[in-house]
Design a protein around this ligand. Sequence first.
Ligand SMILES: Nc1ncnc2c1ncn2[C@@H]1O[C@H](COP(=O)(O)OP(=O)(O)OP(=O)(O)O)[C@@H](O)[C@H]1O
Length: 278
Amino acid sequence: MTRVSPRPTPPVSILPGPDSVLHLTEVTVRRSPATLLDAVHWNVEVDQRWVILGPNGAGKTTLLQIAAGLMFPTSGRVHILGERLGAVDVAELRPRIGLSSAALAGRVPPHERVLDVVVSAGYGVVGRWREAYDELDFARGRELLDAMGVAALADRTYGTLSEGERKRTLAARALMADPELLLLDEPAAGLDLGGREDLLARLTRLAVDPSAPTTVLVTHHVEEIPPAFSHVLLLRGGRVVAAGPLADTLTADALSETFGMTLALERRGERYFAFAAN
Ligand SMILES: Nc1ncnc2c1ncn2[C@@H]1O[C@H](COP(=O)(O)OP(=O)(O)OP(=O)(O)O)[C@@H](O)[C@H]1O
């Protein structure tokens, strides 16, 4: 295969525009001696559906933590939902962001009822205690569990769920507070083939819903990109290899550079498949 450099990433303006939901300029995260993110520029606009794709250790989760306002960069500027990170009370910002991540999954008490895992997002807490919920909250929680295909599990305890069922529960929870920004870290990891395809269909339905939040999804696999997602950011070693509209940006060359091996990429409709090219 002839290797050519991936398409250059269009420059990101210094300041966020009126439709900017996430705006990162020169964002670097260092944890001595490692550089987790290296001068990342990224702009996400309202109604866009982004996939962050990269190998293990690329910095995907770190980038999502920044986007969620859970981590501050060592240097660089971050705007989330129009607010400058560092100049805004993140406690006010976080309820506007729905996040499903492995870190959150590990904090849910095993004895917690599944429906309570979902509704407690309304208060931004993990583990229900004495907060007051009304019937509308529970109805909304059941509706979201249904949208994620796990309505039948509402009264089970979280600790008894399979990994795939937990992922779906946390995706429902991430939507509970009607976030303006939805961040999903590897939602399809651990799902079997049928479960993955079912979840992708549900995420596609969400992606085409004009009332759904701006969404960013992290994955290692091009096969897990839901149809109707619009943009991709390719990350390797904390650096952006390419970022932009999916159809133009996700190429075999860009993917090969991202994963450090020569890869072939096939597209069937809006689905992608990648494998080692010999
Ligand atoms: N506190 C830390 N100190 C040093 N290195 C760290 C720290 N936290 C993360 N790292 C390293 O930063 C790199 C990026 O981590 P991150 O979790 O963001 O990657 P990722 O792309 O999400 O990886 P994966 O796909 O394996 O989940 C990894 O090599 C990780 O070991």
